[in-house]
Design a protein around this ligand. Structure first.
Ligand SMILES: [Zn+2]
Length: 203
């Protein structure tokens, strides 16, 4: 889901809870979109910390859209994992902090929206929701002969050639905020046939 959509949906939810939560509804709102800062960790990790540009992070994630249906592709975003959410929940319960509670619910709201969005696009399992799950599934992907690193090589070589490369998805005629139907639905069929395997397996 786009950052704009998260800001809008989070803002609407914050407005609803404002009478009961007061200023903490603002904390909830901020948390409901700032959780996506982990996409920056994803970007710098995959480029080996060679580029710290915040703007290019968006190009990177847009370019990755083209691999949604690639069997070699598995996504993980650190703050969207049970290994982060569970300790956050425990810390919230232990401290009894209303501030942390607002952050926790902001994160939960965001992750729930992401799940609905991913499910709606038929890619619920493209993302790992646990770090342990990620490493296990990644091992299975590699054992099947897929090469996940080639996806990132392809994305970065494309970004280097054209620093503002987009995924090539056609823009939907629908407004961005209503884009439950994927922006790239037309390319879906094409993406299904995209897969990267070891060349010796192709033969
Ligand atoms: Zn997210």
């Amino acid at each position: 889901m786009s950052p704009t959509a998260h800001v809008v949906y989070g803002g609407a939810a914050a407005a609803v809870i404002y009478p009961a939560a007061g200023v903490y509804s603002l904390v909830f709102w901020a948390a409901s979109f700032l959780i996506d800062l982990d996409h920056y960790i994803d970007y710098v990790y995959h480029n080996g910390f060679t580029d710290l540009s915040f703007r290019k992070m968006f190009d990177y994630h847009n370019a990755l859209d083209a691999f949604w249906f690639n069997p070699a592709f598995l996504n993980i975003e650190m703050f969207h994992t049970v290994e982060v959410m569970l300790p956050l929940y425990m810390l919230t319960a232990w401290t009894g902090s209303t501030l942390l509670l607002a952050v926790f619910f902001g994160f939960v709201f965001h992750i729930a929206l992401d799940m609905v969005y991913l499910h709606g696009n038929g890619i619920f399992f493209m993302r790992a929701y646990s770090i342990a799950e990620y490493f296990m599934r990644m091992r299975a992907i590699k054992e099947k002969g897929y090469l996940p690193e080639e996806i990132f090589d392809a994305v970065f070589s494309r970004l280097l050639k054209n620093p503002h490369a987009r995924s090539g998805c056609s823009k939907s005629s629908r407004p961005m905020l209503l884009a439950w139907v994927p922006r790239c639905v037309e390319e879906r069929g094409m993406r299904r046939i995209l897969s990267i395997r070891r060349s010796d397996e192709r033969r």
